[in-house]
Ligand binder design. Structure first.
Ligand SMILES: [Ca+2]
Length: 190
């Protein structure tokens, strides 16, 4: 019986540990956003509907261009969270010179006015005719609002975006539960 108990605790620790490291995806349906896009060609998708579309032709993907090389997207997470990552999904279609952004700058705010804690990402995959997702790690910043500024490549002012996924660090209750599990494991081993 003791061995079975240890086995159960180990499995629980592995499962919960995995969740703790992965964080919790914030419910996309509660996230609102606005963009700086002046004119647009095609705007039929939704950046926070929980669907990261891999079909480069499907019109649920989001396609547009701005008057400059910069596209700003302001997100309201619908609550205050301690983030651990922001993961944009974009679609690359070389036929129409739609590439990954060359840079994404993320800043964070609690009041929607004062933004700080700049995180810059300049490393992106360009897998053609499919969705690419980059996971941008955020150093545990607590906020309700996130501003994303996307720089497009020089040969294209198009961003074909599908989704922004926000992941929060796990609740303290989850961590203490995991700690209790590990403690029980250590005690059993003695
Ligand atoms: Ca989407």
């Amino acid at each position: 019986m003791k061995k079975l108990g240890v086995f159960v605790v180990v499995i629980m620790a592995v499962v919960m540990g995995g969740n703790a490291f992965a964080g919790t995806i914030i419910n996309p349906n509660q996230i609102g956003y606005t963009t700086s896009m002046g004119s647009f060609y095609w705007l039929t998708g939704d950046l926070t509907d929980g669907i990261a579309n891999a079909d480069w032709w499907d019109d649920t993907a989001w396609l547009g261009f701005g008057p400059s090389q910069y596209l700003t997207i302001d997100f309201d997470l619908g609550g205050t969270y301690t983030l651990d990552s922001v993961s944009p999904t974009y679609v690359v279609v070389s036929t129409w010179t739609q590439w990954a952004p060359v840079q994404i700058d993320l800043t964070f705010s609690n009041d929607g006015t004062n933004f700080g804690n700049l995180v810059t990402c300049t490393s992106f995959t360009n897998n053609d005719y499919t969705a690419n997702t980059v996971s941008i790690l955020v150093p545990n910043v607590t906020c309700q609002y996130v501003k994303a500024v996307l720089t497009s490549p020089a040969d294209a002012q198009w961003h074909r975006l599908s989704e922004f996924t926000f992941t929060a660090v796990p609740e303290p209750a989850t961590i203490s539960l995991l700690g209790a599990g590990l403690l029980a494991l250590v005690r059993r081993k003695k």
